[in-house]
Design a protein around this ligand. Structure first.
Ligand code: IMP
Ligand code: MG
Length: 176
């Protein structure tokens, strides 16, 4: 998965893995109608692809939280910029996020959604930088475990750029 320009995951590899995750969720939620909650903005590309591989009557919603701004480091302070619209009380929720890094963002999101009394909450992340974790939180579904590099593409940005890359790659020093 790495070429001469650093770490990357190509389009075909992403498509294959996202299809597998969708099939796994379909199996795990048989007879249920989960609500997929995408975390804006980064998760919208992943969610769009993932939901088309989930063969269940799903609903979707979006939650927007504050991001890093122009930095590549998490502040640990998460602001809810836009709350979900659907009533999730008693429902099975799957949080869909682009990347699990320190875990600070997702921990805050889980607490925020837990207060709305869903029947269950699971976490599905496209990328997992396990070695970066600062708080105890694990995803139930992980697309790829990746090394400690700053990644862009497939919805992930640096200063709002690169979200449109159809693959993911490491940011280059001259782009920072
Ligand atoms: P955490 O709170 O440190 O887990 O950070 C999670 C959030 O930081 C994600 O939702 C991303 O928006 C952003 N983030 C963390 N690592 C990266 C990266 O490598 N590329 C792009 N965004 C990242
Ligand atoms: Mg994000």
């Amino acid at each position: 998965m790495s070429g001469n320009s650093g770490f990357m995951i190509d389009q075909e590899t992403i498509a294959r893995r996202v299809a597998e995750l969708g099939a796994e969720i379909t199996r795990d939620y048989q007879g249920k109608e989960p609500i997929l909650i995408g975390i804006l903005k980064g998760a919208f590309v992943f969610l769009a692809d993932l939901m088309r591989h989930i063969d269940l009557p799903v609903k979707i919603d979006f939650l927007a939280v504050s991001s890093y701004g122009k930095s590549t480091e998490s502040s640990g302070v998460v602001m809810i910029l836009k709350d979900i619209v659907e009533d999730i009380e008693g429902r099975d929720v799957i949080i869909v996020e682009d990347i699990l890094d320190t875990g600070l963002t997702l921990k805050n999101i889980v607490e925020h959604l837990q207060a709305k009394k869903p029947a269950s909450i699971k976490i599905c992340v496209f990328l997992d930088k396990k070695e970066r974790r600062k708080v105890e939180i694990e995803a139930d579904y992980v697309g790829f475990e990746i090394p400690d590099k700053f990644i862009v593409g497939y919805g992930l940005d640096y200063a709002e750029k690169f979200r449109n890359l159809p693959y993911v790659r490491e940011i280059r020093p001259e782009e920072l």
